[in-house]
Design a protein around this ligand. Structure first.
Ligand SMILES: [Zn+2]
Length: 637
């Protein structure tokens, strides 16, 4: 207890005495009790939100550099008891350090080995609460002891029944975009980078893995130590705990997953080393040491998350034929675009996602050839067009550089930063030639490594290293319109791939005479099936639906992309035979990309809405808290 603590308590007692006029004897006893209890007190401080950066923290004046994190994972209470010890730099001699928190229960704060006061600001539903801690200008270390809240948005706790093995519970985190603050107090902005060590205690027979140097076997006592010595933004802190095992694919790459899925996952992902070689040809040497993939349980809310050294991926990519592994190419590409050169704010998200989607297609071109990759480009183009139509061509959210100031950063995520960003880069590559473009891209990653990047800075770099300051060329290509204007410039490249032309011809024949002439799943790739199903008219005649289902068993397809597209068509065509399988799909899979369109479709009719409510009631505990909230909003619309 330091002097400030003592004085504060004394003042509190005197104030109490004056207000209540209670006898001195009673007060004395009360005071003694207060004095000896822990110094868990707060002072008041109002902290304004930095709306541009989605943070309460004063990261620009006092900057966190390193985290030492102790965490005890409690599956019984579904909470983490943690101690976050931050080393910071106080260049401006500030007298307070401010962190972001979300529903954290703060027990005590220690600055320079002394317990000290802290203040939690008023809670904002999106951004959480500020945590202000007074510091002296010579202080460099602060330690916060806390427990995570019941509503921690970064954490998903699974019961044994929600896992593949069904024997042990499971925990995984998802910190992008601003969820890290619900895992630990931090300056939760992508503009600064931190290194970390972690000491994690989990129940016996479980393994913990992080976005760091990872174990390859379980420890006897459930204790794991981690180190991430390269600087990363807080949204890339990640943890998973469960009955996890590891299988190496080569010296650099391997797979972590539930023990019962290990061989299947390792077979599906056996091309990772080849992908890594292809990625290095585009982006330059891989800088993070090992590259592993954690195949998460089915309720994982997104396709993948590019946690450094350890991509987290949905098991829906395990199709049995390697047809959906382009998702891994995407997460791997983030090792350069995003993890090495990081969007400075969430308004600049296209610098992470557009560059990565372009990069992913380049990896796939090397691995699977041009005709295959052209199909990926076309499906991405369709997704982008779908969002352009839904948002409206004049909607500011269809710009590459968006403005989510004061809104949830989640609003920045749509197909626009991914696909419009990627097609913009493809257009630039085609305009200047691949050789020149690759040199620019390589320089972009190596010269800006481990740095935040704004759109303005990226365009200045492009001007110098891609256009050689040729403003005439830059204007001719309409670069500013691509980045700052809504909708799509009229020079956007688009050609239908040959393999889709063939698919469209067979579809037209089927529409006309109902004759099934399509090759089986083995002959057609997932992407050809998606093109076929997406372009069928809807509602499709029930007899034609039956014909397709009988021939190809689409209702019970194990390929999640094909199943999802088929269920959409089934809802649009009121093909009830598919509904029981769709219910199973919606109660086992947690990937937002699949869930949202199906719920959107169901609520369009009274009967469908009833079905949506029933399914959601059964499935909601299996969904990530943010996904469940989103689906609830869709149903209650
Ligand atoms: Zn991505």
């Amino acid at each position: 207890m330091d002097l400030r603590c003592y004085v504060y308590k004394l003042m509190k007692v005197i104030l109490f005495l004056r207000l209540k006029n209670i006898s001195m004897k009673v007060l004395f006893v009360f005071y003694v009790c207060l004095f000896f209890c822990s110094c868990n007190y707060t002072y008041e401080r109002n902290v304004e939100l930095n709306a541009d950066m989605h943070t309460f923290s004063n990261f620009e004046t006092v900057t966190c550099k390193h985290l030492d994190w102790k965490a005890n994972i409690n599956f019984y209470t579904k909470q983490i008891d943690g101690v976050a010890t931050w080393t910071f730099e106080n260049k401006t001699k500030a007298t307070v350090i401010i962190f972001d928190t979300y529903d954290l229960n703060i027990h005590s704060v220690i600055v320079n080995n002394k317990e000290t006061a802290f203040s939690l600001g008023k809670k904002n539903e999106v951004y959480g609460s500020s945590l202000s801690i007074p510091i002296l200008k010579t202080d460099t270390i602060v330690s916060v002891t806390y427990t995570t809240g019941k509503n921690a948005t970064a954490l998903q706790w699974l019961s044994p029944s929600q896992t593949a093995g069904k024997k042990m519970p499971y925990l995984f985190t998802q910190c992008e975009s601003i969820q890290a603050r619900s895992l630990l107090p931090c300056q939760d902005v992508p503009a600064i980078r931190i290194t970390y060590n972690a000491h994690v205690q989990v129940p016996n027979k479980m393994m913990a893995v992080m976005s760091a140097k990872n174990p390859v076997v379980k420890t006897e006592n459930g204790h794991y130590d981690f180190e991430m010595e390269l600087p990363i933004p807080t949204y890339l802190i990640a943890l998973a705990v469960g009955d996890i095992s590891y299988k190496a694919i080569d010296d650099r790459c391997g797979v972590y997953t539930e023990t019962s899925l290990l061989d299947q996952a390792a077979n599906e992902l056996s091309d990772i080393p080849a992908m890594m070689k292809a990625a290095e040809q585009v982006g330059g040497p891989y800088k993070w040491g090992k590259y592993d993939v954690l195949v998460a349980p089915p309720s994982f809310p997104i396709g993948g998350m590019e946690n450094p050294r350890l991509t987290f991926a949905t098991p829906t990519i395990i199709a049995g034929d390697k047809s959906l592994v382009s998702l891994i190419a995407h997460e791997m590409a983030h090792s350069w675009s995003g993890n090495l050169v990081t969007n400075s704010t969430w308004d600049d998200l296209w610098l992470n996602e557009g560059f990565t989607t372009y990069f992913e297609r380049r990896i796939m071109e090397t691995i699977s050839g041009k005709s295959y990759t052209d199909m990926l480009w076309e499906l991405g183009y369709q997704d982008m067009q779908s969002d352009l139509q839904t948002f409206g061509l004049k909607n500011p959210d269809t710009r590459l550089r968006v403005d989510v100031k004061g809104r949830s950063p989640e609003d920045a995520f749509s197909n626009i930063p991914y696909e419009k960003g990627a097609v913009f880069l493809r257009f630039l590559e085609e305009s200047v030639g691949r050789e020149k473009f690759d040199k620019y891209l390589n320089d972009y990653f190596s010269m800006n490594a481990f740095q935040p990047m704004t759109t303005e800075k990226a365009l200045a770099f492009m001007n110098e290293h891609l256009f050689d300051k040729d403003t005439v060329l830059r204007n001719k290509l309409k670069v500013n319109e691509w980045v700052f204007a809504p909708g799509l410039p009229d020079n956007c490249p688009h050609t239908l791939p040959d393999r889709f032309v063939a698919v469209d011809n067979l579809r037209l024949q089927f529409e006309k005479n109902g004759v099934v002439n399509m090759p089986s799943f083995a002959k057609w790739s997932t992407h050809e099936w998606l093109q076929f199903l997406r372009k069928l008219p809807h509602p499709l005649d029930i007899e034609k639906m039956k014909t397709l289902d009988n021939k190809f068993q689409l209702s019970i397809s194990k390929n999640s992309e094909i199943a999802d597209e088929w269920y959409k068509l089934s809802l649009l065509s009121n093909y009830e035979m598919a509904f029981p399988s769709m219910k199973i799909f919606l109660t086992t899979v947690g990937r937002k990309k699949f869930l949202e369109p199906l719920y959107h479709e169901m609520i369009k009719t009274e009967k469908g809405k009833k079905m949506a409510l029933e399914i959601f009631d059964m499935a909601k505990n299996n969904y990530h808290p943010l996904t469940a909230k989103k689906i609830q909003e869709i149903i209650e619309k």
